[in-house]
Design a binder for this molecule. Structure first.
Ligand SMILES: [Zn+2]
Length: 470
């Protein structure tokens, strides 16, 4: 874990905007980086023209909803913030809770890392959250100034509800209540991507709905007179990839692998897309591992301690001793196939299909700028900077994103100008000293000559030539 201020090339307070700028962080769940390529998205395009667009961003591994959202809120890799799965589980009792119920498991979320809402409030700002994963929990006993938790059995796709939520955030929370930071979550296009696949007509239609909503949000910024103060970051938690089955591929089903038996397993999290975790019974670790390793060409099997460092998914007590993930196209089944989604996420975060999109607009951001990719851990220090607050220890760095900021460019160019000025002043000062020395030397020489020879002084032109030669 690193302190971002330790790694910054410039002091963070140099870019400070405290007390002036607000920030709205929006997540459209599962909005893959290239979803705007096969659909007309005039509002997202306009946002890119008015602000910044990243080619794509890289989420942390495991590329699933709650863990990656908590990385947005904390700037920490998943192994460091501890929300390691969408599901709460207890290895002693074997109990598991699904995504929605896990939102209400306070201890799952509040396990040491402080999300930006609480950090902002401790530094005098006011924060709100609507439907964002982690909203329900308290953190060290503290909660957002205002929050709206997603109702059970929520219709993710209802555009009227989307607009009501936008109105609540823009008109009431930012407009009337004057909040400084709000996180806002939409459950699409993830649901549609799962159900119909990322290449479907349905997914393209829901991307149009996202685009209309972005247009609606931006018009409500103007309506509420927030154009000069409110920054908006729109991104997502992960992408989406096609899954193949029904004889199209050799499916991964653990119970069919020779030498593997669920009798050797004390607790497991499988049948959850392309990733899984196993806790073998005492003394069974190597047997389970040796049976699975190399058993399927598209199944990756790691002991926790041999997980690739780049995935940052090992160093946490909640992570089980054996970690599995499959290549795109495949999911991991336990006893028999029970997963029927056309699209999935949870794959290696190196896979392009797992990369989310990123747009940002507002007074802190440059205009009409496209930047290269960066990791989503870096969004947290960017947000802290815009809000003018001191970040908690995190794995991100402002250096990864500061080139998007108006102040960075302006201040850098001011720096260059001031450096040139200082340089010129030094040279001029040196020349003045040299001039004075030469003049006084010449004067004394002239005086000496004059005195010594009783003849006329040397011609002035010669002296002038010497002086101008510097
Ligand atoms: Zn998601």
């Amino acid at each position: 874990m690193k302190l971002c201020s330790q790694y910054s090339g410039v002091p963070l307070d140099r870019y400070s905007t405290k007390g002036q700028q607000k920030l709205l962080l929006i997540s459209f769940d599962g909005f893959r980086w290239d979803y705007d390529r096969d659909v007309e998205t005039p509002n997202l395009d306009r946002m890119a023209t008015d602000g910044v667009k990243a080619k794509y961003v890289t989420p942390p591994f495991l590329t699933i909803t709650s863990p990656t959202h908590f990385t947005l809120l904390t700037g920490r890799y998943i192994e460091n913030h501890g929300v390691i799965h969408n599901m709460w589980f207890n290895i002693k009792t074997g109990e598991k809770q699904p995504y929605y119920a896990t939102q209400f498991k306070n201890e799952w979320w509040d396990n040491g890392s402080l999300p930006i809402w609480i950090t902002a409030q401790r530094q005098g700002l006011r924060a709100g959250s609507l439907h964002f994963p982690g909203t329900q929990s308290t953190y060290q006993g503290e909660s957002q100034t205002v929050k709206d938790v997603e109702p059970r059995f929520y219709d993710y796709k209802n555009e009227t509800k989307w607009r009501e939520n936008v109105d609540k955030v823009m008109d009431t929370w930012f407009g009337e209540m004057d909040l400084d930071f709000v996180s806002l979550y939409f459950g699409e296009p993830d649901s549609t991507g799962h159900k119909y696949g990322p290449d479907s007509h349905e997914r393209r239609e829901v991307v149009k709905q996202v685009d209309r909503t972005v247009g609606y949000i931006r018009s409500s910024v103007e309506r509420n007179g927030l154009s000069d103060t409110l920054n908006i970051i729109i991104t997502a938690d992960h992408g989406m990839s096609n899954v193949y089955r029904n004889g199209l591929v050799n499916e991964i089903t653990l119970s069919k692998i020779p030498g593997f038996s669920f009798n050797d397993i004390a607790f497991h999290l499988v049948d959850f897309g392309p990733a899984g975790m196993l806790l073998p019974k005492t003394g069974m670790l190597d047997k389970v591992y040796n049976a699975l390793k190399g058993a399927h060409p598209h199944l990756h099997v790691f002991k926790k301690e041999e997980m690739p460092e780049r995935l940052h998914f090992a160093k946490n007590n909640r992570i089980l001793p054996i970690i599995l993930f499959s290549d795109p196209g495949y999911v991991i089944n336990g006893f028999f196939p029970v997963q029927f989604h056309a699209g999935e996420h949870g794959f290696d975060n190196d896979e392009m299909d797992m990369k989310p999109f990123f747009r940002a607009v507002g007074p802190a951001f440059q205009k009409n700028l496209e930047v290269g990719p960066f990791e989503t851990v870096n969004i947290y220090p960017l947000m802290c900077h815009i809000l003018g607050i001191k970040p908690e220890p995190n794995d991100g760095h402002l250096d990864a994103t500061k080139h998007m900021l108006v102040s960075a460019t302006e201040e850098d160019s001011q720096d260059i100008n001031s450096n040139i000025f200082v340089g010129l002043a030094a040279v001029a000062g040196f020349l003045v000293v040299v001039f004075i020395v030469l003049v006084s030397l010449n004067a004394s020489k002239k005086e000496t000559n004059y005195r010594g020879s009783d003849k006329s002084a040397p011609p002035r032109g010669k002296d002038e030539t010497h002086q101008t030669a510097f």
